[in-house]
Write a protein that binds this ligand. Structure first.
Ligand code: SF4
Length: 213
């Protein structure tokens, strides 16, 4: 048992802390989904598809961290409600891709601006603490990607448009080639709709430059 004299390792306690936060976030997800008359997995699928033209079931399942049959069931429920539809996958007419319908966008839009308990908690941090936490999350997510625990997320650090520390000065050191603009450390994206995954060698070099910066 943990005592003040004999604490568990800090990595264990960080993991415990993240688990506590995940509980609040799950509750947030249920509240938002209920407002839209959906299950959390269904809402998460709409959120995933809202930033894309379409996606295959395999991609959706990987992003959500669920099995393909689970994703298929949720997609079928959304299709019955008219919130998503199937079509041929771009570049492969034999494969099926899922896209969000106008009704699906409206359902997602009706709940996406809702303030959550997790967002409120993040706002309670100082700007410096927020930036530090964002950077820590980027590093942890990147580690999980490298360990194949999660698929590559749409973060700046894995994007082919990202140029870390291209600019002198602390305010906006990074550069996004997609919009050709400088941006700050606190503007790093975790899930950017314009993200395009860089090839492995570029991702490794970008991460190196990012860490050294
Ligand atoms: S396109 Fe998005 S993910 Fe890529 S560098 Fe620009 S802001 Fe970051």
């Amino acid at each position: 048992m943990e005592t003040p004299k004999d604490p568990t390792s800090i990595d264990n306690r960080i993991s415990e802390g993240l688990t506590r936060i995940a509980i609040a976030m799950r509750s947030d997800e249920w509240s938002k989904a209920e407002k839209a008359g959906l299950k959390p997995t269904q809402l998460a699928i709409l959120e995933f598809l809202a930033g894309r033209d379409s996606a295959r079931v395999k991609e959706i399942a990987a992003h959500l961290g669920v099995s393909q049959p689970t994703a298929t069931d949720s997609i079928a429920a959304l299709e019955r409600k008219g919130l998503v539809a199937k079509a041929s996958a771009p570049g492969d007419k034999r494969a099926t891709a899922i896209h969000i319908t106008a009704e699906g966008k409206a359902a997602f839009g009706s709940v996406s601006p809702i303030e959550t308990a997790a967002m409120e908690a993040a706002r309670s941090l100082s700007p410096g603490e927020q930036e530090g936490l964002l950077l820590s999350l980027v590093k942890m997510i990147r580690h999980l990607q490298e360990a194949d625990a999660i698929p590559i997320q749409r973060m700046c650090t894995s994007c082919r448009y990202f140029r870390p520390y291209q600019h002198s000065g602390a305010a906006k050191p990074h550069h996004c080639n997609f919009v050709n603009a400088a941006f700050g450390r606190n503007e790093l994206r975790i899930d950017c709709r314009d993200h395009e995954t860089a090839d492995p060698a570029t991702r490794a070099a970008t991460w190196d430059a990012f860490e050294k910066g």
